[in-house]
Design a protein around this ligand. Structure first.
Ligand code: ZN
Length: 374
């Protein structure tokens, strides 16, 4: 097994400016660090270095996404706007969409982040590596064709998927998004395309509040190619495991992809400041193993994982390392000191609202009970 790893220090230099958490600094409140800051990602890379995991990874070279790569997904007007901002400057944290701040020169960094996704996805699709992880920053799954949203500048995964398709490396691609927020950008970009199955597991109406519903199943001609699994706050590993068994894995089997891409946000983790879900590093390990098993059965083990959100600088590294250890086929080597504490919590059993949410998604996706028996 070989696991590719797409990383570039400059992606950590993306600067969303001063903020009060997620709210841009406006001189009314004391400014601090933006939730989407480099530490939440860099500490994962440092953990991989510190525990000698990095040498086991196959370093992928990253080329910044070119205009032609970006224009397969985004409008020319949006790219022109980004270029104009890059030339004319503006302040750190200049807003160009909906909660999508960027600093002067930031387009070059966004091109690297999309380039990391391209490198991971095309390297897996071509067979150069068995699977891959792109530690992309800024994230991408909220970005739409004509605007940035939710800390996202370019739609990294969509750009990577289109690059793989353009190069003839993959025809049918499934994107499984377990970021706590709805993968609205990926959904919108592929909504009328039956060659790309998009599945989003997310906290119900967290962000964006007006998307991510079970009834959004794909445009005419692409019916069934989009699946949303909105879950109640407080959902945990039991809930996500049930959603995988009932919805995600049967949908993947039905779709029969050439390649699976994971939009890997760690903001469904139990210590995240923006989400209200309860996943642990052990749960992320299990989810990754389930995806790998599905890929082994369906598409020659081809899985590309692209980093999205995750805003606990303390906990993201444990979750990220668990995913990467699993991709490498390694047993758990980094002890998560929080797991014994979390395991003592009461009330973690799958409850009725969680079961009802998964059942609703199962029905809306047209998956029968028979299909969900594994
Ligand atoms: Zn998120």
């Amino acid at each position: 097994m070989s696991t590719g790893f797409a990383w570039h220090e400059r992606m950590m230099w993306h600067d969303p400016g001063l903020a009060v958490g997620a709210v841009p600094h406006n001189s009314i409140f004391q400014p601090g660090e933006h939730f989407e800051n480099a530490e939440t990602k860099r500490r994962l890379k440092n953990m991989l270095d510190g525990y000698d995991i990095t040498p086991a990874l196959d370093a992928l070279s990253i080329a910044p996404a070119r205009d032609e790569d970006i224009l397969r997904v985004h409008t020319a007007a949006y790219l022109d706007r980004l270029k104009a901002l890059d030339l004319t400057g503006g302040d750190s944290g200049t807003e160009f969409g909906d909660s999508a701040p960027i600093a002067p020169g930031g387009l070059g960094i966004a091109r690297l982040s999309a380039g990391a996704a391209i490198a991971a996805i095309t390297s897996v699709a071509s067979g150069r590596v068995d699977n891959a992880y792109a530690l992309s920053r800024p994230p991408g799954h909220h970005a739409e064709a004509d605007r940035g949203r939710g800390f996202c500048v370019l739609a990294n995964i969509a750009i990577g998927v289109r690059a793989a398709q353009h190069q003839g490396l993959a025809r049918r691609v499934a994107v499984v998004d377990w970021d706590v927020h709805h993968g609205n950008g990926t959904e919108a970009i592929f909504y009328d395309d039956p060659s790309v199955l998009t599945i989003s597991l997310h906290q119900d109406r967290l962000y964006p509040v007006d998307s991510g519903f079970v009834t959004d199943t794909g445009a005419p001609g692409a019916e069934g190619s989009n699946i949303n699994v909105p879950l109640p706050p407080g959902s945990n590993g039991e809930t996500y495991g049930h959603a995988m068994d009932q919805v995600v894995l049967p949908a993947l089997r039905r779709f029969a992809p050439d390649l699976i891409v994971v939009a890997c946000g760690f903001d469904a983790a139990i210590l995240d400041p923006l989400g209200r879900m309860m996943l642990t590093s052990a749960d992320y390990r299990d989810l990754t193993a389930q995806i790998l098993d599905a890929a082994t059965a369906l598409c020659g083990s081809r899985v590309a994982v692209v980093h999205e959100g995750g805003y606990s600088a303390a906990y993201v590294p444990f979750c990220g390392a668990a995913v990467i250890e699993t991709l490498l086929g390694m047993p758990p080597g980094i002890e998560d000191p929080y797991l014994p504490f979390f395991a003592q919590f009461g009330g973690l059993e799958l409850n009725a609202p969680q079961r009802a949410a998964v059942d609703a998604a199962t029905g809306a996706a047209g998956l029968s009970i028979a299909e969900t028996v594994t």
